[in-house]
Design a protein around this ligand. Structure first.
Ligand SMILES: Cc1cc2nc3c(=O)[nH]c(=O)nc-3n(C[C@H](O)[C@H](O)[C@H](O)COP(=O)(O)O)c2cc1C
Length: 213
């Protein structure tokens, strides 16, 4: 802290950290980050029943080969489905299916056919041994590449063998358009779903304004 009568330049690094800590409150070690995705992971159980569960713990983790990661607790039914089949799909949940996306995350497929209850359509992938959701516009078909036991969650890294997208969510140039997909965003801790915000600037571009100045 700055002491009376001393110029600020005399502050030590420890003083400066004390001042910073007054402004930022420590939340402790937590799996807290904004934003998180809302994805529905599709898999088949041992009897061939299609199942789906919601995950927020996930992200793209490699560009070459293209890979995605989802982290599941062993207690979920999907966990054993993915381990036994070695494949899964990632279905991006959108504003149009917010209720179904939440439902997939609060009911287990162990004793329930979640597709029958929601009326959504599981489609057998031609490429992987897992179902995708016809009504969701953006889907990743994945082969399980690595499994990393972290603690409560186990991270499944899937190699993306194909991306399927509805033509209706492509722009005029054929590029996937996030404003047409309308993906859900999850605010963990608050346990709330949000939609996208507005366009703010171009990636790999707007930062050049700092280089110029
Ligand atoms: C928004 C949301 C995000 C979730 N994220 C995860 C997650 O990342 N990992 C996980 O193990 N469970 C997560 N869950 C809980 C599972 O989706 C839930 O336990 C589900 O019922 C498991 O389904 P299953 O037993 O059919 O596999 C989430 C639930 C919701 C509502």
């Amino acid at each position: 802290m700055r002491q009376a009568g001393l110029p600020d330049t005399a502050a030590t690094e420890k003083d400066r950290n004390v001042r910073r800590n007054l402004m930022k409150k420590s939340m402790g070690a937590k799996s807290l980050i904004f934003p998180m995705p809302v994805w529905v992971v599709g898999s088949y159980d041992k009897d061939g029943k299609a199942n789906a569960m919601t995950v927020a713990y996930g992200g793209i983790c490699c560009s070459e080969p293209p890979c995605v990661t989802v982290s599941l607790r062993k207690a979920t039914y999907s966990y054993e489905c993915i381990v036994s089949r070695g494949t899964f799909t990632v279905n991006v949940a959108t504003e149009a299916h917010i209720k179904e996306a939440d439902y997939f995350g609060i009911v287990s497929g162990k004793n329930t056919d979640k597709f029958a209850v929601t009326g959504l359509t599981p489609v057998k992938s031609d490429l992987v041994d897992a179902p995708y959701i016809e009504e969701f516009p953006l889907i990743l078909e994945c082969k399980l590449a690595q499994t990393i036991r972290l603690g409560l969650h186990t991270q499944f890294i899937g190699e993306i063998v194909d991306v399927k997208i509805d033509e209706a969510v492509l722009d005029d140039g054929g590029t996937p358009d996030i404003e047409k997909v309308k993906p859900l965003i999850y605010a963990t801790q608050m346990r709330r779903y949000y939609g996208m915000g507005e366009y703010l600037g171009d990636g790999y571009t707007i930062g050049k304004e700092i280089i110029k100045s």
